[in-house]
Design a protein around this ligand. Structure first.
Ligand SMILES: Nc1ncnc2c1ncn2[C@@H]1O[C@H](COP(=O)(O)OP(=O)(O)OP(=O)(O)O)[C@@H](O)[C@H]1O
Ligand SMILES: [Mg+2]
Ligand SMILES: [Zn+2]
Length: 278
């Protein structure tokens, strides 16, 4: 997947002290990183903004080793996406195939930060018919975030494994949890989902229903995840085929209200789906 450079919204305008290019056109590090520690924010008095290519040529001239990942950034990102829980087909979703109407359904505060490689401060819930492109849209957003983030950091500092993002296909997670019963592994997964800076919960409501919601362990785990994330103001991206009414009926008013507080629901406009149509 290829992605043009996107400036982080509302970030200060800075220019490379060597070539003068600004961070509207390319990534400019706010200060020349101190080699070899690669400190992201050195003392402001030494701050000399520098772009990736000037930093690279400076390092080459002085014979310094650069922090480049092998074999290449897209491959490194793909490995990370797999590690956080994305399936092969999800990792292959292509941003150029996402219709503009779908991208427009994502609030700017979420979309622009993610495409600039930053975890957004608010999330979104995509609701729409099966096949309307919800999973693919979530996938390209997460893929875009990691790509942009990695390209931005790579010349300056070593890329570290991503631990702040967790991708969960909810029905598959439920099936796995039900097969295994409660064990320490599941508890660890729940804590990871509670603490992730960005959690993707794909396909809420598609899991098979067991008894009443109040007696279903998986629903209880979901409540624990959402409640904790709400308390800590952590951002979640989620999707569902249910209507808002059905979500309330299935999971209870309290949980859905906590989910929606930071991650409002958006109806995908490219389908005929409408909350009141059913
Ligand atoms: N950006 C994309 N890149 C590649 N394929 C796509 C893209 N968007 C949609 N598709 C194709 O359209 C199909 C349906 O999209 P997707 O699975 O994202 O829909 P969905 O809304 O998540 O459906 P469901 O409700 O069944 O989960 C996918 O299987 C995929 O083949
Ligand atoms: Mg889907
Ligand atoms: Zn430069």
């Amino acid at each position: 997947m290829e992605l043009p450079y996107v400036k982080i919204p509302n970030s200060a305008n800075i220019s490379c002290h060597v070539c003068g290019r600004s961070n509207s056109d390319c990534l400019v590090h706010p200060a020349t990183p101190i080699y070899p520690a690669g400190v992201w924010t050195p003392e402001p008095t030494f701050a000399k903004p520098i772009c990736g290519s000037c930093f690279r040529s400076q390092a080459e001239e002085t014979g310094k080793r650069l922090h480049e990942v092998e074999p290449n950034i897209p491959k490194w990102v793909d490995d990370q996406l797999e590690r956080i829980g994305m399936a092969t087909s999800e990792r292959k979703a292509d941003i150029s195939q996402v219709p503009k109407s779908l991208l427009d359904a994502v609030p700017d505060v979420t979309l622009k930060y993610m495409l600039a490689g930053v975890i957004p401060k608010s999330g979104v819930g995509l609701a729409g018919l099966a096949g309307s492109g919800k999973t693919s849209l979530l996938a390209v957003l997460v893929h875009g975030l990691l790509l942009q983030h990695s390209y931005a950091l790579a010349p300056f500092q070593e890329l570290k494994g991503i631990r702040q993002i967790v991708w969960m296909n909810w029905p598959i997670t439920c099936d796995r949890w039900r097969v295994n019963g409660i064990d320490a592994g599941i508890e660890k997964e729940i804590v990871k989902a509670q603490r992730a800076k960005l959690l993707i919960l794909d396909d809420l409501g598609r899991e098979t229903r067991r008894r009443a919601a109040s007696e279903d362990a998986a629903t209880g785990h979901l409540d624990a995840i959402i409640t904790e994330r709400d308390r800590e103001q952590r951002v979640t991206l989620w999707s569902t085929n249910l209507t808002e009414q059905e979500l309330y009926e299935r999971y209870g008013t309290g949980m859905i209200r906590r989910l929606l507080r930071k991650n409002p629901i958006q109806w995908l406009s490219n389908s005929d789906f409408h909350p009141n149509a059913m």
